[in-house]
Write a protein that binds this ligand. Structure first.
Ligand code: AMP
Length: 411
């Protein structure tokens, strides 16, 4: 199938050709005709499948179809809600690329930066808005954004959105848009709660599934190292010194772990940067840019910060901590081995993470290749470390309301 067969008009086809896309990807082939037909869709597809264009191209087409309607000044006709700032930026970059030869205008709003430029942009008028939920609602409270003319509402990365606790925000936003709108839900995985959300939000949606999440990329070699927890940094340095070449993403579960590892690698002379939820938007963008430009070749990340980010040419992924959710493993290693290139995933497992290996293997329906020959083997009889509870000298529940509110995110 070619893009022409998808009934996209010339300005879009020109931009798509310029982007270097020869043919639609599977998710585009399956999804675009239904969106053009004004159907609701629920699509299970991961980043890397071309899912952004799968909703961006038909949305642009639908808007172009209506261009001869009187131009009253621009109103938001398509709204895309996405869980993180990085993802929103990426989505807007995609839209901008594809609407280059049209007079459609896009805008983006996300938290962590000042309101004024965003309000300014909204005042000037746009056709397509990409937003993170919190900032969108804040702007609505301040009467700076009107969603009364939204015709298409996209929820991207719905599973992550629910994991991050955005369910109420999504429902509020959905109600701020008109009732008869078309709704598109994209999610990397389809856990029960996403299916339930779809039931409440979508109208007889067309279901589209591209590559179930349990199928790990075939071109990725998956190696497993059993290692005592305190030796993980040494093992990581050993692998970086002797085995891994090129661009590496290292995943850790917590931002504290990310910072600690970044310091250790920097001390050892590696060019490294990191992203996690406590870093400012600018610092996170800067780190990503440095990694993309090749100024640093190691990026350390938490899952939430890295989720969905389109980084090409990753040669290896190191799972410094194993994820407690098996699907996350699939997302992580999907960063490498893209577009038919070979990639390697190194997973470090300490005594307390053995159960995670079992559930990962069950999900992907295959055994990871255990590497026995390395300098820091784990004694097979080693028991999970038990952290002795020191016991607080304060009574439970002593925390003030203010301090509870200040509770930082762990990702
Ligand atoms: P996504 O899954 O939307 O994050 O897209 C992953 C990458 O695939 C992005 O870098 C897109 O620019 C690229 N892409 C999207 N559609 C196509 C296509 N039809 N052919 C080649 N590359 C594509």
């Amino acid at each position: 199938m070619s893009f022409k067969d998808l009934k996209l008009s010339r300005p879009i086809l020109r931009a798509v050709a310029e982007a270097g896309y020869d043919n639609p990807t599977l998710v585009q082939e399956k999804t675009i005709p239904h969106i053009l037909d004004k159907k609701d869709v629920i699509v299970s597809a991961q980043t890397g499948t071309g899912k952004t264009a799968a909703f961006a191209l038909p949305i642009l087409q639908l808007l172009l179809n209506k261009q001869d309607a009187p131009k009253k000044g621009k109103t938001i006709k398509a709204l895309v809600v996405s869980p993180t700032r990085e993802l929103s930026i990426q989505i807007e970059e995609n839209f901008k690329k594809y609407c280059k030869y049209t007079n459609l205008r896009t805008g983006i709003v996300y938290g962590g930066v000042s309101f004024e430029p965003q309000k300014d942009m909204l005042r000037k008028g746009i056709d397509i808005l990409i937003a993170t939920p919190g900032r969108l609602l804040d702007l609505h409270k301040q009467d700076a954004v009107y969603l009364d003319f939204v015709e298409t509402f996209v929820l991207d990365e719905a599973d992550l959105m629910l994991d991050m606790g955005f369910i109420d925000d999504i429902s509020k936003i959905e109600h701020l848009c008109p009732e008869g709108k078309q709704q598109l839900l994209f999610s990397a995985t389809m856990p029960y709660k996403v299916v339930e959300l779809a039931k409440t939000v979508l109208k007889e949606p067309v279901k589209i599934e591209v590559a179930p999440t349990s199928s790990t990329v075939k071109t990725v070699e998956q190696l497993l190292f059993y290692v005592p927890k305190p030796k993980k940094i040494e093992l990581c340095l050993h692998i970086l010194r002797n085995t891994v070449k090129g661009n590496v993403i290292i995943f850790r579960r917590t931002k504290y772990g990310v910072d600690k590892l970044e310091k250790a690698l920097s001390r050892n002379g590696y060019k490294v940067d990191s992203i996690h939820g406590d870093k400012t938007q600018n610092l996170r963008q800067e780190a990503l840019q440095k990694f993309k430009n090749g100024d640093v070749n190691i990026l350390i990340a938490t899952d939430v910060a890295a989720r969905g980010i389109d980084i090409k040419n990753v040669d290896a992924v190191i799972n410094f901590d194993l994820p407690n959710i098996s699907e996350t493993y699939v997302h992580r290693i999907g960063r490498t081995g893209r577009a038919g290139k070979k990639g390697v995933a190194y997973s470090f497992c300490s005594a307390d993470e053995k159960d995670y290996v079992l559930s990962i293997q069950k999900l992907i329906n295959k055994h990871l290749d255990i590497v026995e020959e390395h300098p820091y083997p784990l004694d097979p009889k080693a028991k999970p470390e038990v952290h002795k509870k020191k016991g607080s000298k304060y009574k439970k529940g002593r925390k003030s309301e203010a301090s509870k509110k200040k509770k930082k995110r762990w990702y």
